[in-house]
Write a protein that binds this ligand. Structure first.
Ligand code: ZN
Ligand code: ZN
Ligand code: ZN
Length: 366
């Protein structure tokens, strides 16, 4: 990402803050700081804080020992560094001195101890959650970001295509999860964040991890896995069958597949996020499984695996070209099995495109 791009992002963020009636935006270590500066220090007790205010040049308050790392961040040009030393300065007083009285958006993942320190040092300022006031800071991806999301998705697709060639029956969920971990790393991922393997009744728990359970013939197995490739997240779900699926398993699978397709077809610029959820939900409700679709249809994806926009009833956010999010309806039958199918999709000028291309046909494994 070029220095110019980082500068544009910061300018947009300040504009968005001003548009929301705020005096600025304060950003602690995490995905927003990575997006705005390319600086990725660990979130720790020492204060690191980017101050983006309408009334001044961008300033990064940084612990002295991390100043060299900050200086080499790809987006640091145009940002004033303000280093503070352990025991010599109060970082909250330093940050507070940069703030005109007013209301500031504060990144959602800022540690409470830092917010409390700021509140103490800047009694004329109020802080509101950035996620509520500036939810679309990172939602619309630029072309470089779409390329990276597509590459991450391709790595997840390739991992799925490989894992279905491995044996399932007789092995533990944990063994298949370890295969997925290795395959993601072999396919461009530097980090693996989750490898859900929900076999048989475990598949009815949407966020089941992976257990000691041995997979048996006749199981439906929910595989939901992803991680980070070149700074951007992957996240895919496929449900496979160990041996030929039973008629009821296949029937549920086809309902989920139709719901996933209906959501995909509902995506276009200007549609509300909740319309996409409704499209998937109505297919599942009509088939009689409305009560068994227990989560929203999707979440945005980018530097974080879950970020705005959320594809959920009540979210009237209009979709815009460049937004990327998951389409992942599911049906969960306690004590029996679950089915979920998930692709990442991106809004185009007149509709949507899938980033995941792995087959959505019912897949039989051994
Ligand atoms: Zn999930
Ligand atoms: Zn997932
Ligand atoms: Zn997901």
């Amino acid at each position: 990402v070029s220095g110019e791009r980082f500068r544009e992002r910061r300018a947009r963020a300040v504009e968005a803050a001003a548009g929301a009636g705020l005096s600025g935006l304060l950003v602690a270590p995490g995905p927003d700081l990575a997006y705005l500066v390319g600086h990725e220090p660990p979130p720790l007790e020492r204060l690191t804080l980017l101050v983006l205010a309408t009334a001044r040049e961008p300033t990064l308050v940084v612990p002295a020992l991390e100043a060299p790392a900050a200086e080499s961040a790809p987006g640091i040009e145009g940002i004033e560094l303000m280093a503070w030393r352990d025991g010599a300065e109060d970082p909250y007083a330093l940050a507070a001195a940069l703030l005109e009285p007013g209301r500031y958006a504060l990144g959602d993942q800022t540690w409470a101890v830092h917010l409390l320190g700021l509140e103490r040092a800047a009694p004329t300022c109020a802080f509101v959650p950035a996620g509520e006031t500036l939810p679309l800071l990172r939602a619309v991806k630029d072309s470089d970001e779409i390329v990276k999301l597509r590459a991450a998705a391709a790595g997840a697709d390739a991992s799925f295509e490989r894992v279905v060639g491995l044996p399932f029956a007789g092995r533990r969920e944990l063994d298949v999860a370890a295969d997925l971990d290795r395959l993601l790393r072999e396919h461009g991922h530097q980090r693996v964040d989750f490898t859900i393997v929900g076999s048989g009744p475990n598949g009815a728990s949407p966020h089941h991890g992976a257990s000691e359970r041995r997979i048996v013939a006749g199981d439906a197995v929910v595989l939901d896995f992803g991680g980070v490739a070149d700074g951007y997240c992957s996240d895919i779900t496929r449900t496979v069958f160990v041996g030929e699926p039973a008629r009821d398993q296949l029937a549920v699978y086809e309902v989920v597949r139709a719901a996933q397709q209906a959501a995909f077809e509902a995506v276009r610029p200007g549609a509300a996020a909740q319309d996409v959820d409704r499209a998937a939900r109505s297919v599942i409700a009509e088939a009689g499984y409305g009560e068994r679709f227990v989560h929203r249809t999707g979440h945005g994806i980018g530097i974080e695996v879950h970020e705005p926009p959320y594809i959920v009833e009540g979210n009237e956010t209009p979709l815009a070209a460049g937004m990327a999010f998951s389409d992942e309806p599911g049906i969960y039958l306690p004590g029996r099995f679950g089915v979920r199918i998930e692709d990442q999709i991106v809004v185009t000028g007149d509709g949507a495109e899938r980033l995941n291309e792995a087959s959505r046909e019912p897949t039989v494994v051994a």
